[in-house]
Unconditional design. Structure first.
Lengths: 397, 260
């Protein structure tokens, strides 16, 4: 049996500090002024709002958790969660653009890049002048990264990797400011077991093609593409981290991403709760505000409970991470609970709004469509349950 | 170009405000934020200093209990430092008393070429402090600026009027009040927020300003609030049914109010 997993939150402080509160206020104002008025149109027209993403860069949001030496804000995961949550209250697409830009774009380069790779790519990624995608998922391989089919063969004559294969559902991979994608590829096989490595492919490299955007159920203003590699050649020096460590590297940054997605879900819940509080007070049916009916009031009360619970779990996981303590289980718990609660809350918010909840111009309608992917991306709910059950020491086979 | 901006910290207008029944003034014991009216002055000052190729923007403020949250917003936007005057004796200070305290605080800032203010605060709304401040500092005053340029030791101001604007030239140093909405205040960046906590913030008590307790606060007040009443309810509007002549009727209505 494994050691008893941590059950307390002793030693971690869940109060936001003065700078985090100031950041929350600025991002809230930014979201209200620059995002909320346009979110419906971006959703309808499937527009990636490049200018707003660049403005988020100027606010310093993409640099929050990175040290000042590499141009970052010198803060932590909790602070990044604050920014993601505030954006997600009004629009999930811009929130996921930030979450993926930091967690899947800049973070692998920061964590595993050589000095030269960091110097070349990080300044623009951290400043939000450029975005990067992380190409792990394939048409037939998701969290089951061992099933990766994309291969990279080192051409000794030219000292280049030659990459062939397909990637699927890659966020931020085809925006006008995408500078690179990091891809996992099989670089060798030993006894049939694949050796997986990570390689940086700059945007525009010959043989690297970004497929047309997907037609998605939600997150219409977020950039998602399939990628194809056909004899794509990049210098051998583009290997990111040690050869054969591609999957291990990916696992190392996964837990951060789960907490960040949970923060996004917290924002969704808070956003829908606020919308429902307002609507249940203003909307009159049968001579009184609909919120005077317990059928509605209790839905809204339940949303408040889910908001509190999701928030506590998410910021507990972030605080453990920032304190340098183990947080794998807590990250999975937060991601699982917050995203499932977000789907429930968006569904119930749509119900509170009645017919208007089914109309695109009502934000809860967009949140409902957008929320479903939260239970799927960066590890499905099933994968989170798997992680949690293993952390509980349950038998693997 | 060194610019001083007067920055008031006020109760958040988004929260329900409350009057003290005793003093009939706004309660200020909660968290204070930077008055939005002053963000235009801060932005204008940062742009002018930028255009001049250098110089510092200094914030000057008077607030109860050494409250600094609003000041930090201005520092996060890019101001270099701040002077804050806080003292229990300042409670109840009226507009003229405020101008005296601000003038003393401005006097602590070395080499100020220009003093910017809002035209009025969002909570008190007397709209008199800028001119009082100029008088106390012995400086010329230009009000309701919608655009400011600095060249050859002079300030060129487009001064907003009912009909358009006047072009006013004035030698530096001087006091200029900036109309709300004429520039777009920047959002403080995260780095700005982090930097703000380590920027110099000079906290002064009344004694440091050279003023006496009887010149400020309730004691020094030249005014007394004798009563507070609710604003009258808005009258119901007039609904014009459009029978084809709706537009004409609306024009006639506006003409009657001398609005067109």
């Amino acid at each position: 049996m494994r050691a008893q997993p941590q059950r307390t939150i002793s030693g971690v402080d869940l109060e936001l500090n003065e700078e985090q509160l100031a950041l929350a206020k600025v991002v809230r104002e930014f979201a209200a002024q620059e995002v909320a008025p346009h979110a419906e149109r971006w959703d309808a027209e499937h527009t990636f709002p490049t200018d707003v993403v660049l403005a988020m860069g100027e606010l310093g949001l993409f640099g929050i958790p990175f040290p000042e030496e590499v141009g970052g804000g010198g803060a932590d995961l909790t602070t990044l969660c604050v920014a993601i949550e505030e954006l997600a209250k009004v629009d999930q697409s811009v929130a996921i653009t930030l979450e993926a830009g930091v967690g899947l774009g800049a973070n692998p380069i920061y964590c595993f890049g050589s000095e030269d790779q960091r110097a070349e790519w990080l300044p623009d990624l951290v400043a939000g002048r450029a975005l990067a995608g992380f190409g792990l998922t394939e048409p037939d391989a998701g969290s089951d990264a061992g099933a990766t089919r994309t291969k990279a063969i080192l051409d000794d004559d030219t000292n280049e990797w030659v990459i062939d294969g397909e990637k699927a559902f890659i966020t931020n991979s085809g925006t006008p400011i995408t500078s690179l994608v990091t891809v996992t590829a099989v670089t060798d096989r030993t006894d049939g077991r694949p050796e997986i490595s990570t390689i940086v492919v700059p945007a525009g490299t010959a043989g690297f093609e970004v497929q047309p955007p997907y037609r998605k159920m939600g997150w219409h203003a977020s950039d998602t593409h399939g990628l194809s590699f056909d004899g794509c050649r990049v210098p051998a020096a583009n290997l990111l981290g040690a050869r054969g460590r591609g999957f291990a590297n990916f696992l190392a940054i996964l837990d951060d991403g789960r907490v960040a997605i949970a923060a996004l879900a917290v924002g969704v819940i808070e956003g829908c709760l606020a919308e429902c509080q307002r609507y249940a007070t203003e909307r009159v049916a049968f001579g009184r505000a609909i919120g005077a009916n317990q059928a509605i009031a209790f839905k809204v009360a339940d949303m408040a409970v889910m908001a509190d619970a999701a928030r506590a779990l998410t910021y507990r996981a972030a605080a453990l991470r920032d304190a340098g303590k183990p947080f794998k289980r807590e990250a999975a718990v937060a991601k699982l609970y917050a995203t499932e609660a977000a789907v429930t809350v968006t569904r119930e918010a749509t119900q509170v709004f009645g017919g208007y909840g089914f109309i695109d111009e009502t934000p809860v309608s967009r949140h409902y469509r957008d929320a479903k992917i939260l239970e799927i991306g960066e590890g499905t709910s099933e994968v989170q349950r798997l992680v949690i059950s293993r952390e509980l020491g349950l038998p693997v086979r | 170009m060194n610019i001083v901006v007067c920055a008031k910290q006020i109760p958040d207008p988004a929260e329900p405000g409350e009057l003290d029944p005793e003093t009939k003034t706004l309660k200020r014991d909660g968290k204070l934020i930077l008055d939005e009216s002053d963000m235009y002055g801060v932005e204008m000052a940062l742009q002018l200093a930028d255009n001049a190729g250098g110089g510092e923007v200094t914030l000057v403020s008077m607030a109860p209990d050494n409250k600094v949250d609003g000041i930090r917003t201005g520092l996060a936007m890019g101001a270099a430092k701040a002077v804050l005057v806080s003292d229990p004796a300042l409670a109840g200070t009226d507009a003229l008393g405020t101008a005296k305290v601000l003038a003393a605080a401005v006097g602590k800032v070395e080499g100020a070429d220009l003093v910017l203010t809002a035209t009025e605060s969002s909570d008190g709304y007397t709209g008199t402090v800028p001119e009082q401040l100029a008088e106390l500092l012995g400086l010329p005053s230009v009000t309701f600026a919608k655009h400011i340029e600095i060249a050859d030791g002079k300030v060129k101001v487009q001064r907003q009027t009912d009909a358009g604007y006047d072009e006013v030239e004035c030698p530096l140093p001087c006091v200029v009040s900036v109309t709300a909405g004429v520039v777009e205040p920047r959002y403080p960046s995260f780095k700005g927020i982090m930097a703000a906590k380590s920027k110099p913030l000079d906290q002064l008590a009344l004694a440091d300003t050279g003023l006496e307790a009887d010149q400020v606060g309730w004691a020094g007040g030249g005014q007394e609030i004798v009563g507070v009443e609710d604003a009258p309810e808005r009258e119901a509007g007039e609904i014009i049914e459009d029978d084809g002549t709706g537009a004409e009727k609306i024009v006639a209505y506006l003409e009657n109010l001398k609005l067109v």
